[in-house]
Design a protein around this ligand. Structure first.
Ligand code: UGA
Ligand code: MN
Length: 253
């Protein structure tokens, strides 16, 4: 199967660093198609150029988050869901451009996480909906499904943060076969739901808990980490910018 990885991304000082790190990991993955969705009214030159020179097979979309749903500068990040508009745009692209003759698995690959190449070997095993552990999320070293090693059946979850979520796992912890995305043709993410429930929102439309395929050696291996990049301190840059002397005039950072 081809892995279709959907990455929402938005303009900020660390964006090029994040996308560079990601693209160079993805170059290690065979049969990989990167769907990059910019949270912006137009495609930006930074992302256009990065993709063009990446050496990857990709699709570049832009889908701005409606202003009403956008996080304010000083809002805590749990106030509004992130990536909804972008992931839905990618699902629409998939449904408009792929069909039953394509063999694929969909994976939601946020631009700040850390991915091991072994993760992608697991993703290719997904028959309908596969799940696996995610490191450094939900206040735990690892948040994971509890699986029967022999059968890959999922018998529970170890989540402590909002354990009553229908599917208490992070976005990085599951993959969905393309045929399921095409069968359940209306399944999408949604805005007006409780924070932390995006994963459950899409999963409950496409599967049931007792159908999940527990991968990564019976859900015992961590191949993806929910890392988050600290925003850099740019106070000196702000002073220079006010004086018209930005350090990066004519230089893409
Ligand atoms: C957690 C989950 O890991 C996310 O997949 C989920 O979307 C999010 O919670 C949520 O509940 O909304 P977190 O690390 O807090 O993740 O989210 P971010 O990494 O900040 O954002 C997720 C993705 O959306 C990233 O790829 C990011 O670049 C993108 N994003 C973020 C935008 O496209 N626009 C924004 O304004 C902010
Ligand atoms: Mn993140």
């Amino acid at each position: 199967p081809i892995i279709y990885a959907i990455t929402p991304t938005f303009t900020r000082p660390v964006q090029k660093a994040e996308l560079t790190r990601l693209s160079q990991t993805f170059l290690l993955v065979p049969n990989f198609h990167w769907i990059v969705v910019e949270d912006s009214p137009k495609k930006t030159p930074l992302v256009v150029n990065l993709l063009a020179s990446s050496g990857l097979t990709y699709t570049h979309i832009n889908a701005p988050t409606p202003p009403h749903y956008k996080l304010g500068k000083n809002d805590p990040n749990w106030k509004k869901p992130r990536g909804v508009e972008q992931r839905n745009a990618a699902l629409r692209w998939i449904r408009n451009n792929l069909n039953e003759s394509h063999n694929g698995v969909i994976y939601f690959a946020d631009d700040d996480n850390t991915y091991s190449r072994q993760l992608f070997q697991e993703i290719t095993k997904v028959k309908r909906v596969g799940v696996w552990p995610v490191g450094l999320v939900g206040g735990l070293m690892v948040e994971r499904p509890i699986c029967e090693k022999m059968t890959n059946k999922v018998t529970g979850f170890n989540a402590v943060w909002k354990p009553d979520r229908p599917f208490p796992i992070d976005m990085a912890g599951f993959g969905i076969n393309l045929k399921v995305i095409l069968e359940k043709k209306d399944a999408l993410f949604a805005y007006d739901i409780q924070s932390g429930f995006q994963e459950s929102e899409i999963l409950k439309q496409v599967t049931r808990r007792d159908e999940l395929e527990g991968l990564a050696d019976g859900c015992s291996k961590v191949y993806v980490w929910h890392t988050r990049t600290q925003p850099p301190v740019l106070n000196t840059e702000q002073i220079l910018t006010k004086r018209g002397k930005s350090s990066n005039v004519g230089i893409e950072v």
